[in-house]
Design a protein around this ligand. Structure first.
Ligand SMILES: NC(=O)c1ccc[n+]([C@@H]2O[C@H](COP(=O)([O-])OP(=O)(O)OC[C@H]3O[C@@H](n4cnc5c(N)ncnc54)[C@H](OP(=O)(O)O)[C@@H]3O)[C@@H](O)[C@H]2O)c1
Length: 335
């Protein structure tokens, strides 16, 4: 099944999505992610990003937390040298501010460090990774609950706005924000967020958040569109790749389960970001155009039981207490 209709080329990828920031180039409708639960060799990430560019991906997602900014930047430079793209400008690169830097005075230095890692002059999109602040310190994972501190949404967003004004980020946005977090942010923002990157797939459809973001002009990007990489460590299995409903639809359409999930996500008007470091699967993932799900398929998918995998508590070790922050302020689970 995995070879179903593999004809991926850059030309097969549909139009890009305009973002509300006038300085930003439109966001390509599909992207490649680079997060892994266990460390991956520098060279393996670089090769995977090069393979992604080769099969047609023009949108690359990283974060200082992932440790993949340097190999991703090297892959982009190599792609230009090899003529896979003419210049860095052809690519849309997103990175994210980690929770330990979620403090107004640390954001610009953190972005400059990110750009140094990437060997780039600017990011296409800079995101607040989580609505969570942790005491300033080098990146650690998991974190101690006693290191969580209140998230100064106004101060942090002002510094993000400054990053955009300086031209170091062409657009700014957030990640893992619920409608409640967005309400607070929009109340203080001069530049509204262009994007909210959240967990989204047929097993966690985020209907309420998508409706809210559509109304406010915030574009939604989907992480874990294939159900993710067992980020919670529960080992419970993958609700997308192991879905019988999706498997049935895939069989009927001559597609893979991954392609059905990515096609459904694309049809929701959401930009997906999928991680694969395997060239065959990269080709399979980008090959979701030129066909559609039927109304019956969409109805069946709408009935899939909903379950969120990634939660804010997963950022912290189980032991200890939150001394100065309520979990309800950070909670990102919202039906
Ligand atoms: N903002 C945030 O807080 C946040 C959180 C999580 C993720 N993200 C971003 O979103 C990206 C994607 O999310 P994710 O990594 O959680 O999960 P995902 O993309 O849903 O799933 C990735 C997993 O699926 C496998 N896979 C990829 N294509 C496949 C296919 N066609 N068939 C079967 N298996 C396939 C990958 O393995 P192989 O590599 O072996 O193919 C990998 O184990 C991340 O890499 C990261 O950039 C952001």
């Amino acid at each position: 099944m995995a070879s179903a209709g593999r004809t991926a080329t850059a030309a097969a990828v549909p139009e890009d999505v305009p973002l509300r920031s006038s300085a930003a180039r439109p966001m390509p409708a599909v992207g490649m992610g680079t997060a892994s639960p266990t460390p991956v060799a520098h060279e393996a990430t670089k090769e995977a990003v090069l393979a992604a560019i080769e099969v047609g991906f023009r949108h690359l997602d990283t974060a200082c937390m992932y440790g993949t900014e340097r190999p991703l930047g090297e892959a982009v430079a190599e792609a230009v040298r090899r003529g896979l793209v003419q210049s860095r400008e052809e690519l849309f690169v997103t990175s994210k501010l980690w929770c330990t830097q979620n403090h107004p005075d640390l954001e610009l230095p953190s972005l400059r460090e990110t750009l140094k890692n990437l060997q780039m002059e600017y990011l296409d999109l800079y995101l607040i990774h989580w609505p969570v602040s942790i005491k300033p310190m080098p990146i650690t994972f998991p974190n101690k609950k006693e290191d969580a501190v209140p998230f100064d949404v106004e101060g942090v967003w002002r510094a993000m706005e400054e990053c955009q004004r300086l031209g170091l980020a062409k657009a700014i946005g957030v990640s893992n924000f619920t409608t409640r977090h967005l309400d607070k942010l929009l109340a203080v923002a001069t530049i509204p967020p262009a994007v909210n990157q959240v967990e989204l797939n047929p097993a966690w459809q985020q209907r309420k958040l998508r409706a809210y973001c559509a109304e406010k002009g915030i574009h939604v990007a989907a992480y874990s569109p294939l159900g993710g990489q067992n980020w919670s460590g529960s080992g419970e299995g993958n609700a997308v790749l192991e879905s019988e409903v999706l498997a049935e639809i895939a069989k009927a359409r001559g597609k893979t389960v991954a392609q059905v999930s990515l096609r459904w996500t694309h049809e929701q008007g959401v930009t997906w970001i999928v991680k694969s470091y395997n060239k065959e699967r990269l080709e399979e993932n980008i090959d979701i155009f030129g066909w559609e799900l039927t109304d019956e398929d969409r109805h069946k998918i709408s009935q899939i039981p909903q379950k969120k995998c990634v939660t804010a508590t997963a950022l912290f070790s189980p032991e200890g207490e939150f001394p100065s922050v309520g979990l309800s302020d950070m909670d990102i689970v919202e039906e």
